[in-house]
Design a protein around this ligand. Sequence first.
Ligand code: MG
Length: 243
Amino acid sequence: MGGRYVLEREGAFYWMGGDPFGDYWEGREVPTDERLTWLAPVRPSIVVAIGLNYKDHASEMNKKLPEEPLVFLKPPSAVAGPDEPVRLPAWAGRIEHEAEMAVVIGRTASRVVAADAMRYVLGVTCLCDVTARELQVKDVQYSRAKGFDTFAPLGPCIAVGLDPSNLAIEGWVNGERRHQSNTDQLIFPVPVLIEHVTRFMTLQPGDIITTGTPSGVGALTPGDRVMVKVEGVGTLSNPCVAA
Ligand code: MG
């Protein structure tokens, strides 16, 4: 991936020097007339996703609440940036949106305890866990249903310094609100998820844990525009096109 990191402060953008996961500094202001294409704010080596982490979503799926976090993976090839088209293959059947808050890991994390977990978080972002619902049911395993190219749009930025335990979250399609909740409704909160995942998997800087969707999932079709909003992060907005 080409591209450079940019820092946002009070509405202005500055080129970032150094390493966003280490020491970095603010460079010159990015001229407003400069034509920029915003990429996904991070290139994860893996996207770890959590299923059924809001009670209202578990009920809408007629699923029992998990006794421990339900973990699946989305491949890095599924990542798409802000405004990048989500490509919907007609043969995949019904495809749905899931609005999620995602956590960006800031440092190598292995066998982290919950009490210590927030030290491993760089920040939070928005993620749309696009899902081919019929394939999810058919396959039982989630890899294909959740793993298509562009099925993990994320961004528009990594917001640092937020408390991920109390953020409003919304999902919109074509200007209609489909999801409305708060991350205080997570069954397994972020520190518990980090402890659970790093008990068996080492996470690298830039890796993502996406924390699950509240209720409100629904179909996406070509021509739709899907948006995920997380308080303090902003709006991730993506058009949907036929693959
Ligand atoms: Mg999901």
